[in-house]
Design a protein around this ligand. Structure first.
Ligand code: ZN
Ligand code: FE
Ligand code: FE
Ligand code: ZN
Length: 265
């Protein structure tokens, strides 16, 4: 099994479980490595109710240490953050980067302006928006996030489909410019299995995007985005099948930003 680098902790207020149980689940699943990447703080104060506060960082470091202590060499534990791509976030991300020797930072587009479009509590916002425009904006932000070169991993590439909002016609017109920007950036994308358990009932990204990504030489990780121990490595066999069908032969491993290839069995 590849590594699972996108997992959460209770510090974000919408995940549960102790580090020991996540590590047990990772070992049981036969993961190559386990990575912790909780929702990073935005600024020194309150930003929204689904991330850790800046003042929670020491607790986050303790959580990571507990995972390492419990793994006790049985499984490499990596650490990063899932950071939000927001207007003017560059200096903040650089600040987070400097806090400790992270193995990777994941960049995620969850916000379009003030709207966290993947938040089920803010679904009604779609009623006032045009799906075509929202998609254009989303992919423009996704490409800009890649171009920023701030992240080793770009999270859940087509999260915008989470609640089944999709424009008509061939969606390649949205994917292609983003693929180009990602390929130039050198960042990896993730195949995030959580989408299979959301209304869209499809991994992030969809197969077409994955195929384009492979053709463009974009590195891949497979992620569960676990918010509970039972979700660690969820659907990884299915994800590997999908990745192989798209032409991938390997995922990548990240150790303090240094990339190596991990070939599928
Ligand atoms: Zn979350
Ligand atoms: Fe996310
Ligand atoms: Fe996440
Ligand atoms: Zn995520």
């Amino acid at each position: 099994m590849p590594a699972d680098y996108h997992t959460h902790t209770p510090l974000c207020h919408h995940a549960s479980g102790d580090p020991e149980r996540y590590v047990d689940a990772a070992i049981a699943a036969g993961l190559r490595e386990y990575g912790i990447s909780d929702h990073a703080p935005v600024g020194h104060g309150y930003f929204d109710n689904w991330r850790m506060l800046y003042s929670d960082l020491p607790s986050y470091y303790d959580w990571i240490q507990r995972a390492k202590d419990h793994a006790a060499g049985r499984l490499p534990i990596r650490a990063g953050l899932e950071c939000d791509w927001l207007a003017g976030c560059h200096s903040w991300i650089e600040h987070l980067r400097g806090l400790r020797p992270w193995d990777y930072l994941i960049g995620s587009v969850h916000y379009l302006g003030e709207w966290d479009f993947d938040n089920p509590h803010h679904l009604s916002h779609w009623d006032q928006r045009n799906v075509e425009e929202v998609w254009s904006l989303y992919w423009k932000e996704y490409a800009a996030m890649a171009e920023s070169q701030l992240f080793e991993i770009l999270g859940h590439p087509d999260l915008i489909k989470k609640f089944c909002h999709r424009p008509d016609g061939d969606l390649g017109r949205f994917y292609e410019p983003a693929i180009e920007a990602i390929a130039v950036s050198g960042a990896a994308i993730e195949l995030n299995t959580a989408g299979w358990h959301k209304p869209c009932a499809e991994a992030y990204p969809c197969f077409d995007f994955l195929e384009l990504a492979r053709a463009a030489g974009i590195p891949l990780v497979i992620s569960s985005d676990a918010h509970a121990p039972g979700e660690v490595a969820r659907d990884f066999s299915l994800a590997i099948k999908l990745a192989k069908a798209a032409g991938y032969r390997e995922t990548i491993l990240l150790d303090r930003g240094v990339k190596t290839l991990e070939f599928f069995e």
